[in-house]
Design a protein around this ligand. Sequence first.
Ligand code: ATP
Length: 424
Amino acid sequence: VNIPKDPQARIGIFGGTFNPFHVGHMQALQTVKTRGSLSWISIVPTNQNPLKPETEGPTSEQRMEIIKIAIQGQEGFGIDQQELERGGQSFTIDTVSKYAETVSSDRLFLIVGSDQFENFDKWKSFEKILTLANLIVVSRPPASQPNELSDFPEGLRPLVSEIGGQVVALKSGRFIEFVRLRDNDVSASDIRKRIRSGRAVERFLTMEVESYIRQNNIYASLGPKIGDLEKFTEFCGQVLFDKKGITVRGFDLRETDSASEFTLIASGTSTRHTAALAENVMKEVKGEYNVFPQSIEGMAEGRWVLLDYGSLIVHVFYDFVRQEYRLENLWSKGKDLGLVDPNPGPVGHAASGAAGARSTGMSANISTAPSGLRPMAGGADSGSVGGDRSTASRSGSAAQSTSAGATGMKTPNVPNMTNPFDKK
Ligand code: ATP
């Protein structure tokens, strides 16, 4: 990157998946640049996290191109490709260290959204980061600025020396500054969904970025690759049966107001089995159809894994957790495909047709539920079928990467359920 050589220049670093880079990012950066008198801000797109399975979406080149288009004509912004060039998993500490070789720590500023700040103590070498650079935290609704030490992420508390309003001094000599932005509730995942479902995005992307995305068919529906959706659903169902998924059920939701046309649900006997079921679906679908899901959630925990193929959403639960959420009730208006295991094993692992046939009667411990989710209290029917479509919880930690959402810790979240952690 061509960062200014001026020894007084104040330099910002802003990492992210940028899938895609949007006006929320740009507004945040413009505000920070002015308020912090920064001469330069490097935008650092993350590489694909190897711990997180690959998804359908833009290539790294396309993500870069989008940023390039978005910052065209803006003074003092540049793209830094170092994480893409390093390949593998991207760690903020590596990126910041690179800058620290030439920029002194009092002039170096790492910029993150408040959703990322909440998990900052999960990032690799976060203490070290906070000796090499200052941290600027931009507000992102609804997360609010911490007022007292107990509001800080636990791991950061011992590093704080003094809290003075917007600025918090650290024992390292560095500081954390909180910058309140005009509310701009924009998120990349929402933009992707909007584009896929043909809704307007002009409030969230510049015209040039939008037209690049449309011209290159980024975030387009997987429909043409998948072809016959019912067959596709049955194919995935078959993989789940083959891998001993419990109570595999499929629903045709086309006559309902659900966001997806088909849905599949199955469960595993352990979190490992659950993750393995989902992994096998991904592997077989990749082999047969050459597509990855558009998003994957909950794989690391293996309690509720969600594979989003656009028109088909596959939910694989750890069986305990499935009983708590009773998603099948949400789909009662849809048509049950009546999937049957053609080769049922001797132990009766196969679908018996009834929802929760394996219902153990064991009451699931709430702590086994995916983080950011609350089991349904009472009748699940109160949720609309539209609740089938997930939204990624932004409280999912980006843990170690410069970028948001890079560790695959996002967990599924069903919008119509009360979810105290949902930030959308
Ligand atoms: P997602 O929809 O998956 O949450 P995202 O919009 O957060 O994606 P990223 O590229 O993952 O996009 O975010 C990069 C950085 O930008 C993070 O530090 C994030 O907190 C911050 N950020 C993203 N959107 C906003 C926004 N609307 N306002 C302020 N900061 C934001």
